[in-house]
Design a protein around this ligand. Sequence first.
Ligand code: AMP
Length: 418
Amino acid sequence: MYQAPRGTSDILPEDQPYWQFIRNKASEVATLFGYQRIDTPIFEDASLFVRGVGEGTDIVDKEMYVFKDQGGENLSLRPEATAAMCRAYLEHGMQNLPQPVKLFTVGPFFRYDRPQAGRYRQFHQFNCEALGEADPLLDAEAIEVAWRFYESLGLRDLSLQINSIGCPACRPAHRAQLMKYYEALLEEVCRECRGRFVRNPLRLLDCKEENCQRLATAAPRTADHLCEECRDHFVRLQAYLTAAGIPFNVNNRLVRGLDYYTKTVFEIQPAIEGAQASLGGGGRYDGLIEGLGGKSTPGIGFAAGLERVVINLKRQGIKPDSPAKPRVFVAYLGAAAREAAWKVVSELRQSAIASAIGFGGRSLKSQLRQANTLGVAYVVIIGDSEVERGEANVRDMASATQMVVPLAGLCQALAATG
Ligand code: AMP
């Protein structure tokens, strides 16, 4: 028997209300803050991500789904949204629009990750990106979108962690200090971190291994090495967040996994800790668009992982409304009655009354059982003798009463009950 590929899953009908709820809130909140929807392709030129996300990152080195199509193009399923959104910004000349250009999207992403709870190979994100403006007020606004999104879903006990990882002007000094600090500790850090030391020493700071975390507490902090511009940016961001009533912790060890971040980075975490703690996060990427061949253009954005939102909604007992059930079941007995019932159900649906009809010539008893399982409010019962009289029986399931209604006025009578 076939199964869904490892790390992917079917979103079954019973879970769809969660997804509908989350997508609606994402769209509502993004729109409230002036973000406009964009949808980019599921696959892109692989080199877009190699240049955008950066060689040496886990995403590019280990996690991309790269393939050659029949025409020999080297493509990749998208592992993240930001590089693709920046590509679209450049391709459609959005730098000529009033800045910032604020875009959002919701959709699937793909990473060849080790599947475990909260970590999949196909997962979904809500992404917001604001391009073309360097003001820290925009950082505060982007963070507020993320915060209000989780708040609008009713999630409680979340914490917002922020940090500044500086810019190309101040990062080299911090990096040198960091390498000096860790050089003497290479025997003590985990194997992964020994690799990070060579590839990207900043990432040693957010290793989840207990011993590495202990060593990171005493490591040189980016916050102590910021240039004046970065320091001022970070101070102003904190003031704006405070003014908007958004609680945050400055977390000096927060660095995040993607290469393109500059200055602000942030993450939102649920109270229950775990390896997959991060619900979502993002940051500023002032060098990314230039790195993709555009003229220097600042940007900030975030991604919220939606599977983790579903997990946390369930954990916190938050149940979205279920979609409307059918209100009417049309049961029948006999060939002439089936024809009449088919006309009735068609008319009901054209009047936007969700309804169901029995199939397969089942007994009346079996049809009534089915109506009960569906939880309908009314059952219309038609037999051949009712057809002859031009009538139907309508059973009100709540009061268990039944009355006779002319077939011609049935739809109108049922519409009047809703
Ligand atoms: P990133 O794009 O790595 O910054 O991740 C942003 C958010 O996407 C994370 O906080 C997670 O909620 C979610 N996410 C990232 N990778 C995965 C994955 N493999 N499976 C499920 N969710 C993920």
